[in-house]
Design a protein around this ligand. Structure first.
Ligand SMILES: [Zn+2]
Length: 526
């Protein structure tokens, strides 16, 4: 059912040393909702995630734990990162590890091509390096240490002393690309989004780019530089290439042409790597730059950013064990404008779960199915004469689904969900107004009762389709209860862009009992 529109979306690859927290899960869910949306809309969709496994920091941790870096990475991938994807119900198409042979071989190929084209040279390098960031720090991020680090230079992000590294390095001529990058940002304003992120990158590049050190020789946990195996490739240069090595770069040109370029979803703290270094690398290699680099905001917990360095992290299972994965997905996508910083709180999560999911959507579904069971023996009634009240619902369902699709296209996931939720609110208001329980008391109103319940069922049918990328479990259960599997086929096969077309659920379909979609949560959390 692919429409031919390619949609390739990536998350950043997880640094295996980190412990999964809700910040990682947030990025994953956003990319997954967008991927599921496009997949169900019939676009030729591919979603990629994975792990970043090279670099000095991994080597040091593995050594400290008495193991090899590869064994360390294997353990974390198996015990931490793949389980995270299961916890929040991610349906990724691929999972790449930077230790995969398909990756390492083609990192070497890419680098060799840049070397052959004259974009790489060797030189002496002396600079302050932060192992926490795995980056030579620019002046703007070097500050004077305090407390135990008084008198030393420390990383502005990690507040830990920087190491003065003095090495023979290979350099990428990134400075050659200053003007071409500025022209790119100018010609394609959507290339970096949101606008605040775009402006920040433009300001940075306008100061002029330096060449980039892309090899290290003081340790060996990395991809070997193809013409000099005493060096390994700089971990960021290696990691960024996952986005192309995962889709056939260097080994399957047909697949590569089908997928690339990608939409990259990244945290704004790593925006510069994706919006400056990465397109410069691609331009040097004569490859297309990404379709878009979208920098989402930070999650704030108690006013503080959750990050790699300040692991005030909340494990996603703390939320999903109580509320379930659907509620996790819904909450973060709905409560935070995608692209901006947002605050997480247990109170807000709990309140939205109760009012929006349980009372708003879940209760609507339960009531409608129960009334069809009670008044029509569970058989979907026919729609008779429509009144203005029904026409308002038809128009709302159609408008909301168009608006949701347009919002998803702009990666405004929160707007898309808000648009879909108008259907929930309209249907709840419609049922209150039409009072089917009152209609049921007089046999003379039988046709009218049928029309009212049919309208509610059709609304639920549209909601199941539109919300399936966000709430895959609840909507699958609703779909089954509606009897829609037999009548219309699997939920994931319903063309999403036609969800707003009225009258798809056939009269005569048998509905079945529906357990509460979002059960009451007894224990108070936290
Ligand atoms: Zn740092």
């Amino acid at each position: 059912m692919a429409s031919g529109n390619s949609f390739y979306i990536t998350t950043p690859i997880f640094y295996v040393n980190d412990a999964p927290h809700i910040g990682h899960a947030y990025t994953e869910v956003a990319a997954d909702v967008l991927a599921r949306w496009h997949r169900q809309a019939g676009d030729d969709t591919w979603s990629l995630t994975g792990t970043d496994e090279h670099g000095e920091k991994i080597l040091r941790t593995a050594t400290a734990n008495g193991t090899t870096p590869k064994e360390w990475a294997d353990k974390l991938v198996t015990e931490a990162w793949k389980p995270l994807l299961a916890t929040i119900n991610i349906k990724n198409d691929d999972f790449i590890r930077t230790t995969d042979e398909r990756h390492e071989t083609n990192v070497q190929l890419f680098l060799q091509r840049l070397f052959d084209a004259g974009f790489v040279y060797s030189g002496e390098y002396e600079a302050l390096y932060c192992v926490g960031c795995e980056e030579f720090k620019p002046q703007s991020e070097i500050v004077d240490g305090t407390g135990p680090f008084e008198g030393q230079k420390v990383c502005a992000i990690h507040s830990k002393p920087l190491e003065l590294l003095q090495e023979k390095n290979y350099f990428f001529r990134m400075s050659d690309f200053t003007d071409r990058l500025l022209a790119l940002y100018e010609e394609r304003p959507e290339f970096i989004q949101p606008e605040s992120a775009r402006n920040e990158v433009i300001q940075f590049v306008k100061q002029g780019l330096s060449d980039l050190s892309i090899s290290r020789s003081s340790f060996d946990w990395g991809v070997k530089v193809p013409w000099d195996d005493s060096h390994v490739v700089y971990v960021w240069f290696d990691a960024l290439l996952n986005y192309v090595t995962a889709v056939g770069y260097g080994q399957d040109e047909e697949e590569f042409a089908r997928r690339w370029p990608a939409t990259h979803i990244v945290g704004k703290d790593i925006l510069r790597f994706h919006a400056v270094i990465w397109p410069a690398m691609l331009l040097a290699a004569g490859l297309e730059v990404p379709k878009q680099v979208f920098g989402h905001g930070w999650l704030l917990v108690g006013g503080e950013k959750m990050s790699k360095s300040k692991l005030t992290g909340i494990a996603p299972t703390e939320i999903t064990d109580t509320f379930g994965s659907d509620a996790f997905r819904y909450y973060f996508m709905r409560a935070i404008a995608f692209g901006q910083d947002g605050s997480f709180s247990w109170e807000d999560l709990s309140a939205r779960y109760q009012s929006e999911l349980a009372n708003g959507f879940g209760n609507l579904a339960s009531r409608v199915i129960a009334m069809v069971t009670r008044y029509f023996d569970g058989v979907v009634p026919a729609e008779a004469e429509r009144t203005d009240a029904e026409l308002v619902i038809h128009a709302e369902v159609s408008a909301a689904s168009d608006l949701a699709d347009a919002s998803m296209e702009k990666l405004a996931v929160h707007d898309a969900i808000a648009a879909i939720w108008r259907i929930v609110d309209e249907l709840n208001g419609y049922i209150t107004d039409q009072e089917p329980w009152a209609l049921s008391k007089d046999e003379a109103n039988r046709e009218r009762l049928g029309t009212v319940l049919y309208t509610a069922l059709e609304g639920l049918r549209a909601l199941a389709v539109l919300l399936s990328p966000v709430l895959p479990e609840a909507t699958a259960r609703l779909w089954t209860a509606l009897g829609a599997v037999g009548a219309l086929g699997a939920l994931e096969d319903q063309p999403l862009r036609e969800a707003g077309t009225w009258g798809q659920l056939p009269a005569g379909t048998q509905v079945s009992a529906l357990e509460a979609l979002f059960p009451r949560i007894e224990a108070t959390v936290n």
